[in-house]
Design a binder for this molecule. Structure first.
Ligand code: CP
Ligand code: NVA
Length: 309
């Protein structure tokens, strides 16, 4: 029977905290959990959740995953704990390390997440920062692999903001040697550091990462179309301006028809229907958006088991 192997890195702060072999292993473990071929328990283990931003999928799927593993979770609401009062991260992290076995943290700055990791003696998981969303990328590639089995010739086109979700897709895509095209309006390209890191990972300088400003050319030959909101959490004041700048970057039926016939459509959710993606496309036969959301649970159960074992 397949068993979870411990990850080399103590923490999962970035997609780059795993090697490509480890990502494949996580996806395999996740598949086994999904198919109910794997049943391992981490009785009495406790996951602490610190969410400085709202969440439905990440929070609930972590709690359910922990429960399926025989453990439990505590939702440390910053407004009712001393976190919201501004207790220093180095104090909170050391105290929580005495009670919990893992922490999953959703916050704004990647540097705050790193500060938690620095002062925690237990593994820290990135449950989304402004910079990355690595748990999302695991579920995304699990969904893509379910569809195409072999990732070798998959072309993933992400249309929209070069944000946290795009950054983790790029890094995880590079680890898996997948061609990733990012089509974004001028000025909304992913972070240059992410691009540089990804280009170093691809073997033999294959140039499989493409940053394009034209969505039409980016979808030709694509197997996966992916989008996310144009304005992320924390960018509420930019919403009106970005809605104008992102015109023409909506995944609609016209754009979908230009991709491969068997192309699937993904969105990490929550979506603004008829902004970055039309209602019709979300509900179309090409959409795997709700399978993708389900896979958050299995991918995170795999991640937790590979951090706890
Ligand atoms: N995709 C995602 O992270 O969703 P939530 O914000 O609901 O957790
Ligand atoms: N980019 C979005 C993702 C939400 C899951 C945000 O950060 O708000």
């Amino acid at each position: 029977m397949l068993k979870p192997n411990k990850l080399v890195s103590k923490n999962f702060l970035s997609s780059l905290d795993t090697s490509s072999e480890e990502v494949y292993h996580l996806l395999e473990i996740a598949k086994n959990f999904k198919n109910k071929d794997l049943d391992i328990k981490f009785k009495d283990k406790v996951l602490g959740l610190i969410f400085d931003k709202s969440s439905t999928r990440t929070r609930v799927s972590f709690q359910v995953a922990m429960s399926r593993l025989g453990g439990t979770s505590i939702d440390l609401n910053p407004t009712t704990s001393q976190i919201g009062r501004g207790e220093p991260i180095k104090d909170t992290a050391r105290v929580l390390s005495k009670y919990c076995d893992l922490l999953a943290i959703r916050t704004f700055n990647q540097s705050d997440l790193e500060e938690y990791a620095k002062w925690s003696s237990i593994p820290v998981i990135n449950a989304l920062t402004d910079f990355e969303h690595p748990c999302q990328a695991l579920a995304d590639f699990m969904t893509i692999k379910e569809e195409f089995t072999n990732l070798e010739n998959v072309v993933l086109t992400y249309i929209g903001d070069g944000n946290n979700v795009a950054n983790s897709l790029i890094l995880c895509g590079a680890l898996l040697e997948v061609e990733v095209r990012i089509a974004c309006p001028l000025g909304f390209e992913p972070n240059p550091l992410i691009i540089e890191k990804a280009n170093k990972i691809y073997k033999k300088n294959k140039n499989l990462l493409k940053i394009i400003n034209d969505p039409l050319s980016a979808v030709i030959g694509a197997n996966v179309l992916y989008t996310d909101v144009w304005s992320s959490m924390g960018e509420e004041s930019k919403k009106e301006e970005k809605d104008v700048l992102f015109r023409g970057f909506t995944i609609d039926n016209d754009l979908l028809r230009k991709a491969n016939e068997d192309a699937i459509v993904l969105h990490c959710l929550p979506a603004y229907r008829n902004k970055e993606i039309t209602d019709e496309v979300i509900e179309s036969k090409n959409s795997r958006i709700f399978e993708q959301a389900e896979n958050r649970l299995h991918a995170q159960q795999a991640l937790l088991s590979c951090l706890l074992c």
